[in-house]
Ligand binder design. Structure first.
Ligand code: MG
Length: 391
């Protein structure tokens, strides 16, 4: 059991999860200290965070020469590039690494942090989707826990406390359904970037917001649940629940179902991961608003329609095929979302493009780290090449 105060290295400190993690640390200074911060390119915000939390290690990835120049002036102590990210992930003083970078960037630092014996609070689902076997085996070998931050997985994790894995009948992930839950195929065809970036219940980064609109996010979450809880895909289901009050459920072999509920809050799963196995007193924090059941009135549920949301189906297909298919899925999706955000392809082309990439993929069984990254890079190149047909 880790003692308090817990020392945290935060990867992705300027993103949505990163900022909310710092809200929690700011509010519970007796429990948590920040020892390392890593961001990609929001240098102004990173500088503010460094000023406030005084970490002993700062890293800024800085993709471009201009960003690099800015880091050298604003944050001369920051370590640049991959070296900085790995330095933060393996920092000697850290007990917990919060992996909250977006997309593909999280894999390498997460593996390095595991090797260094850090507990991993994992918010980056792509890491588990691409390399679930590598990450979970490494964590087992190193004897470090994977603490889920994704709200659905946090819910399942909470439901499973005190239960035996052999008694699980199935996991039931809930999905808000995103902004286009009731849209027709015709309406989906003409969805704009702005519409897709407006999520009804959650405020998040751009990549995950588009993934939520296509329901790719829910597909990725099925793979994430498979790896985190070691449950076969046939025993993981999804149900649409637009109110986002029940964050997920576990059904047991005796027919009993446990569920975890709250008003939507990302601070809650973050606190759960950081304080595990204890709970923090949230009174007066504003992190989790009080739930008045009578005001809510009723909760609704509906089936997920894969004809309108083919990305969900593609994720499950890639999951069942295994090998490097999930890596290709993540790479193709990363590229397709980027192409959509920059206006190069339409909303429905996202799924079509990912499907075309998967059809061309030549999978490798039991991939190591380099085969994983290569499958992902191949999928990005192939998506880049194939997208010309949608222009
Ligand atoms: Mg989620």
């Amino acid at each position: 059991m880790m003692k308090f105060p817990r020392r945290i290295a935060l990867l992705g400190s300027t993103g949505s999860i990163g900022r909310q993690t710092l809200d929690v640390v700011r509010r519970f200074p007796e429990q948590f200290h920040i020892v390392a911060l890593a961001a990609r390119q929001n240098i102004a915000l990173l500088a503010q965070q460094v000023h406030e939390f005084k970490p002993s290690f700062v890293s800024c990835f800085a993709d471009t020469p201009i960003a690099e120049e800015m880091v050298r002036t604003e944050l001369p102590e920051a370590i640049l590039g991959e070296e900085g990210l790995l330095g933060a992930a393996t920092h000697a003083e850290a007990d917990i690494v919060v992996a909250a970078t977006s997309g593909l960037m999280g894999l390498h630092p997460t593996l390095a942090a595991i090797e260094a014996g850090k507990a991993i609070a994992i918010a980056n689902k792509e890491t588990l989707v691409m390399a679930g076997a590598l990450v979970t085996q490494a964590a087992q070998r190193a004897g470090v826990p994977l603490l889920p931050i994704d709200s659905e997985h946090s819910a399942i994790w909470q439901c499973l406390r005190g239960e035996e894995n052999a008694t699980i009948q199935r996991l039931l992930l809930t999905a808000s359904g995103g902004p286009f839950r009731s849209a027709t195929v015709e309406q989906l065809r003409s969805v704009t970037v702005q519409q897709a970036l407006t999520h009804p219940t959650w405020r998040m980064g751009q990549k995950i917001t588009i993934d939520s609109a296509t329901l790719m996010n829910k597909g990725l979450e099925v793979l994430e649940a498979h790896w985190l809880f070691d449950i076969p895909y046939e025993h993981i289901n999804v149900v649409i629940h637009p109110e986002s009050i029940i964050h997920s459920m576990v059904e047991f072999i005796d027919g009993s179902i446990k569920m975890q509920a709250s008003l939507p809050s990302m601070h809650l799963p973050i606190m759960n991961a950081l304080a595990y196995p204890t709970r923090l007193n949230c009174a007066d924090t504003g992190f989790v608003r009080e739930l008045h059941w009578a005001d809510i009135g009723k909760l609704s549920f509906e089936a997920l329609d894969i004809t309108r949301f083919p990305c969900f189906h593609l994720a499950l297909q890639a999951a069942k095929l295994g090998g490097t298919y999930p890596c290709a899925l993540v790479g193709a999706d990363e590229e397709a979302v980027e192409l959509f955000l920059t206006g190069k392809i339409g909303f429905l082309d996202i799924a079509a493009l990912i499907e075309a990439v998967l059809e061309k993929h030549q999978s490798v069984q039991q991939p190591d780290l380099s085969a994983t990254l290569e499958a992902c890079a191949w999928a990005r190149r192939t998506a880049q090449h194939l997208c010309k047909r949608y222009a």
